[in-house]
Design a protein around this ligand. Structure first.
Ligand code: SF4
Length: 455
């Protein structure tokens, strides 16, 4: 049955009263998509979420960035089916698109709705439950996908919000499966996003993180990422913006200028993956060590106290010992704050995984350990350098174990005693603080936090 028939209008009947739970794997974009799935399910009129209902539906929004990520989802399905075989398990997300057979052959999922059909999940599930469709898998060529799901649920209890501006990717880096899971790059228009940011502001959000699969690919006709950022600064009252992952060559001069606006938090997450030109070429990245160097130096010169986190892969198949040393010493010599280090792992369906030469796993781990050690001392030093500084902290509406607030410079802060009381009276507001002692379990992948006092 192809999806043309699925869209046939049909007589409204009693909505399904179900106990629906969603499990999200992977990145912030998937978290955003899960919010969208839930919103669409309940706005479709087909479903009422009834936590007392014995009829349970588990929706798994999967990630395929590594083979392990897909295996995690398969493991969960087997557990769910073992614990309560009558429950319905629906698989969607990136693994549903690129690892479909794992869910039909290995794990007994009831319904597989690949990314190509994700926006139709409510209709497919409704008709599946009514026995109107017998197919188990809904999937088509992801590169034909033009639409882009927008407008995830607004969670008014949140202070900071991730806003998806783009999906898909046109780069095809040799180690990455994402373009095959999410299709070509598609962007939401500047106008829709401006309206969305105003909605988020009216709902009490005071920071927006622009996110996507490859936001550097953002395009609304002739307008690019920097034009979107400029429009959001002009058209909306949102007091704080942060950008998620960017490549070194995607911070244009115009974007750098926009960072002079205090509403742009001086926080960069850069996916450099390596700092060795030969390895970057083999990864099919569009920049060399020179661009990495120039961008990091420019950030440190143009912005006051920036936080720069970077993703690096250790042990890419063609990375020789000398290539790694080149990356290591280049990074040791450059300004940044923290590294997120990933030992290379083969992802079937990518060109890199088929390369004859692969770096032995113990060497990948050893290279990753050295980069993490480098990052630890750098992050610890950054923490010490913040002590005593005055910064603007956004007080979170929901305090977490790690933070009562976050500064523009990406410092998690926690208050004590009287200040905690006062902060509790200013939830969702920005207050001036002085940073005290830095607390961080050396080696932990979690961010540290600072004691803070109101000033
Ligand atoms: S830019 Fe490269 S690594 Fe990033 S999503 Fe696209 S293909 Fe994957």
């Amino acid at each position: 049955m192809d999806h043309q028939e699925l869209n046939q209008p049909y007589l409204p009947t009693e909505p399904h009263h179900l106990n629906i739970s969603t499990s999200t794997f992977g990145c912030k974009v998937n978290t955003y998509d899960s919010g969208l799935i839930e919103k669409n399910l309940f706005q479709s009129g087909h479903f009422v979420n009834d936590t007392q209902s014995s009829k349970k539906v588990h929706i798994l929004n999967t990630c395929a960035v590594t083979a392990e990520a897909t295996k995690e989802a398969v493991k969960l399905i087997k557990k769910l089916k073992k614990d309560s075989p009558e429950d319905l398990v629906v698989i969607t997300g990136c693994s549903a698109q690129v690892d479909t057979k794992f869910f039909t052959d290995e794990a007994d999922a009831d319904l597989v709705v690949a990314n190509s059909h994700k926006s139709q999940l409510p209709d497919i599930l409704n008709q599946f439950l009514k026995g109107e469709i017998k197919d188990k898998v809904f999937k088509s060529n992801i590169f034909k996908k033009e639409d882009l799901e927008i407008g995830g649920g607004i969670q008014s209890e949140h202070t900071r919000s991730f806003l998806k501006i783009q999906d898909g990717c046109n780069s095809f880096c040799s180690f990455c499966i994402i373009p095959y899971a999410r299709g070509k790059s598609r962007s939401i228009s500047v106008t829709e996003l401006s309206n969305r940011v105003i909605e988020l502001y009216e709902a009490g959000h005071r920071e927006v993180v622009l996110t996507g699969v490859h936001i550097g690919d953002y395009a609304d006709e002739t307008r690019k990422l920097e034009d979107l950022v400029e429009a959001l600064l002009i058209r909306t009252p949102m007091p704080r913006f942060r950008l998620s992952s960017l490549e070194p060559i995607e911070i244009s001069d115009k974007l750098f200028e926009l960072y002079q606006d205090p509403r742009m938090c001086p926080h960069f997450h850069m996916s450099i993956q390596s700092a060795n030109t030969k390895v970057l070429k083999d990864m099919k990245r569009k920049y060399s060590q020179t661009e990495v160097r120039n961008t990091l130096i420019k950030i440190s010169e143009k912005l006051k106290n920036p936080f720069v986190g970077m993703d690096v892969i250790a042990g890419f198949p063609t990375e020789s010992h000398e290539d790694f040393e080149d990356t290591y010493f280049a990074l040791a010599d450059l300004p940044w704050t923290r590294l997120h280090v990933f030992p290379y792992s083969e992802r079937s369906g990518t060109r890199a995984a088929d390369l004859m030469t692969q770096v032995p796993y113990h060497q990948r781990k050893e290279r990753a350990r050295r980069l993490r050690d480098l990052s630890q001392s750098r992050y610890q030093q950054w923490g010490q350098n913040q002590v005593g500084l005055r910064q603007k902290a956004l007080i979170l509406k929901k305090f977490t174990a790690r933070a009562h607030g976050v500064t523009r410079e990406y410092c998690n802060i926690k208050f004590s005693d009287g200040d905690l009381l006062k902060a509790g009276q200013n939830l969702g507001q920005e207050l001036n603080v002085r940073l005290g002692q830095f607390h961080w379990n050396s080696g932990s992948s979690q961010d540290g936090h600072f004691d803070a006092e109101l000033v």
